[in-house]
Design a protein around this ligand. Structure first.
Ligand code: NAP
Ligand code: HSE
Length: 444
């Protein structure tokens, strides 16, 4: 009988307890896949006395890190505490002791991935983090392994279950933002600090990891242009629906010649685009590669068991001693530059409150035209007591030009306010695969 892989959990919350339960329930299947049994020795928590939905054996929960990390039998550590500290220190200690680490911590990996991978390499350990991008959706390993022959040019999609749950509930059930967020927290989808979800930071971290693997070059989450959903007004969800669009929080990274464009913001998605039918905690990721064309990965982007599925996939790889196929993404001075937000090019939706008087629309259109922005649609949505609400839809334009036009519009005497500005999703769904000519080098 092969020696078991002895695992310790750092964290026994939503995901940690699901990992433990799944290992208990599926031990035969996992042992068969790994070629050796997988067993969990201990779980580190803050408060072992806290009531929990599952009851582990007596003595299983501990607050003593040394009991976990100094145990020579523990070969792999699964970090599911979240946050930067003390998770960072504990992961470094585990790797330095030669223990492999599996984690779902996108905050940590997106910030310190290159250093932690180097530490793992130096100590003959593995560091795996499949769950950190799509939770239950396999995406890093497919990119690293099955898509190794491709030059990936774009990754885009819905990468956060909490915000997708909120926008779908607001649009379909008329729930308020607060109600929908409370439900998402109750269902275990949200981060311990839910502002990470709703301000878009969680999506930016996932996009940074995803883009790093897709393009072979580390992208810092700090360089991702990030807007969340807190400013989303239900009025715009309604108008978007009237125009034939759903609103989703979308992350997009594009490998351009000049560098990497990476951004997260609410986007209008055509109702017939697959992203528009991604509802609740589901996520979907599009990968555009040459020669494969466009692929869509869809599934549960949050939730304890879905995430545990990816954690166990990684643990089996650790148990088997498998190594990733592709070199790690380039980092530091060798990494590709990330383009500034001004490089964004998009069609825009603007909702304005203006004076209901002659010449107002001409003045607005004039301000747009002076910055080279051409209008596709102008709609007067409602008017009362001398005020009108107007929606402009533009053709694709540059972010810098739109910022200047907005400034000029806000200074017009007939404009009360620009109530909202949203971008359109510029995915290429339905386009045929693009083949580049000539020999291709590495993915970047
Ligand atoms: P959670 O329910 O809040 O669980 C966190 C666990 O870590 C708890 O057991 C907690 O102990 C323990 N912990 C926190 N700080 C600690 C400390 N300083 N010392 C010892 N133990 C500590 O979080 P979760 O939802 O399971 O998420 C865990 C990780 O998975 C996060 O990185 C998250 O971003 C990621 N993730 C979550 C999901 C999801 O759907 N929830 C999906 C993908 C990835 P107590 O139990 O005593 O409080
Ligand atoms: N809070 C995250 C989400 C958990 O809602 O997507 C999964 O990473």
């Amino acid at each position: 009988m092969a020696e078991p892989l002895v695992v310790a959990l750092l964290g026994f919350g939503n995901v940690g307890s699901s990992v433990w339960q799944l290992i208990e329930e599926r031990s035969r299947r996992l042992g068969w896949a790994a070629g050796r049994p997988i067993t969990v020795r201990r779980a580190l928590v803050r408060d072992p006395g806290k009531p929990r939905p599952v009851t582990p054996p007596p003595g299983f929960l501990t607050t003593d890190l040394d009991e976990v990390l100094s145990d020579p039998a523990v070969e792999a550590v699964v970090e599911l505490m979240g946050g930067l500290e003390p998770a960072d220190t504990y992961v470094r200690r585990a790797l330095s002791a030669g223990k492999s680490v599996v984690t779902a911590n996108k905050e940590l990996i997106s910030r310190d991935g290159p250093e932690l991978l180097r530490l793992a390499r130096e100590h003959g350990a593995q560091l795996r983090f499949e769950a950190s991008v799509g939770a239950g959706i396999p995406i890093i390993r497919p990119i690293e392994e099955m898509l190794v022959a491709n030059r990936i040019t774009r990754v885009t999609g819905i990468l956060n279950g909490t915000t997708n749950y909120i926008v779908s509930r607001m649009a379909s059930a008329g729930a308020t933002f607060r109600e929908a967020l409370a439900e998402a927290q109750e269902l275990g989808y949200a981060e311990p600090d839910p502002s990470d979800d709703v301000e878009g930071r969680d999506t930016a971290r996932k996009l940074a990891i995803l883009a790093s693997y897709a393009f072979g070059s580390w992208v810092s989450p700090d360089s991702v242009y990030t807007e969340g959903i807190t400013a989303l007004d239900p009025v715009d969800l309604g108008y978007a629906a009237q125009l034939g669009y759903a609103v989703r929080l979308v992350g997009t990274a594009i490998h351009r010649e000049a560098g990497i464009e990476a951004r997260v913001h609410p986007a209008l998605v055509p109702q017939d685009h697959p992203l528009a039918s991604v509802r609740g905690p589901a996520n979907a990721i599009f990968v555009e590669g040459d020669p494969v064309g466009e692929l869509m990965f869809y599934g549960l982007g949050a939730g304890g068991y879905a995430t545990a599925s990816a954690i166990l996939g990684d643990l089996v790889q650790v148990a088997r001693g498998s190594r990733p196929w592709r070199p790690e993404p380039r980092s530091g001075a060798e990494a590709a530059p990330v383009l500034p937000a001004d490089a964004i090019h998009s069609a825009y939706y603007l909702r304005l409150e203006v004076a209901d008087s002659p010449g107002t629309l001409a003045a607005l259109a004039g301000a747009m035209a002076r910055h080279g922005i051409s209008l596709r649609q102008v709609l007067q949505m409602r008017a009362q007591e001398g005020r009108a609400e107007v929606v402009f839809v533009t053709h694709p334009a540059g972010e810098a030009e739109m910022r200047q036009a907005r400034k000029e519009i806000e200074a017009l005497p007939s404009v009360h306010r620009v109530a909202s500005l949203l971008r359109y999703h510029d995915g290429t769904h339905g386009n045929p695969p693009r083949r580049s000519t000539g020999p291709s080098g590495t993915s970047a």
